[in-house]
Design a protein around this ligand. Structure first.
Ligand SMILES: Cc1cc2nc3c(=O)[nH]c(=O)nc-3n(C[C@H](O)[C@H](O)[C@H](O)COP(=O)(O)O)c2cc1C
Length: 191
């Protein structure tokens, strides 16, 4: 039997009163009791952002790098801030380097009418620099506060279909890249 994928969900917002929690809760409920994934959650709101950053030797950076290292795949749940991504998310990303390499990253985004897609497009450039592999598939929520209510996401058929496809492909990439990393450590390629 294939080992479950260690999926690390990274929240993009550290803002007080953030909408991120609503979108994250939906994603987590959809992943639900899937035996394909074991989920870890990195939440910048519970980190000392000032101490983050590559080269900082603090305990919190070491612990964060360890968690990123142990992950097989990443799902970033991010809003759009000023046509980009939040600084808190960048602080998390910049805290590690080789730990990201040859691992798949997928995105769930939200925001105004753009659904956070401008943040996602910029994040693709950032993760390319880290030798991570971003998925073409994403799920985006334009103006999500008009869709989510007390009973969760209204009329969720399309988003559920998109998320199922994203997770299936993320699983494929995580199995493929995990085997590849084991067969030949990425750091030794072109060393
Ligand atoms: C600093 C800031 C900048 C924003 N800039 C944009 C933007 O450029 N485009 C957009 O669609 N929404 C923008 N928004 C709206 C956010 O995407 C929306 O408020 C979202 O809920 C923020 O996520 P959060 O509540 O989880 O922090 C911005 C919000 C904030 C706080």
């Amino acid at each position: 039997m294939t080992e479950p994928t260690r999926l690390t969900i990274i929240l993009g917002s550290a803002r007080e009163g953030r909408y991120c929690d609503t979108v994250f809760r939906w994603v987590l409920a959809e992943i639900g009791s899937s035996t394909d994934f074991v989920v870890d959650v990195i939440d910048p709101a519970s980190l000392d952002l000032g101490s983050l950053g590559r080269g900082n030797g603090g305990e919190s950076v070491a612990a964060l790098r360890q968690r990123i290292d142990e992950a097989d795949a990443f799902l970033v749940v991010t809003p759009e801030y000023n046509h980009g991504y939040p600084a808190a998310l960048k602080a998390v990303i910049d805290s590690a380097y080789i730990e990201w390499q040859a691992k798949p990253v997928a995105f769930i985004s939200y925001g105004g009418i753009s659904g956070g897609l401008r943040a996602v497009e910029q994040l693709r450039l950032v993760f390319a620099e880290l030798h991570a592999v971003t998925l073409r598939d994403s799920v985006s929520f334009p103006i999500p506060w008009r869709r989510f209510g007390a009973n969760g996401l209204a009329d969720a058929h399309e988003e559920r279909k998109a998320l199922d496809m994203l997770l299936a492909r993320l699983l494929w990439w995580s199995h493929t890249l995990r085997s590849a990393r084991l067969a030949a450590p990425y750091a030794e390629v072109a060393a």
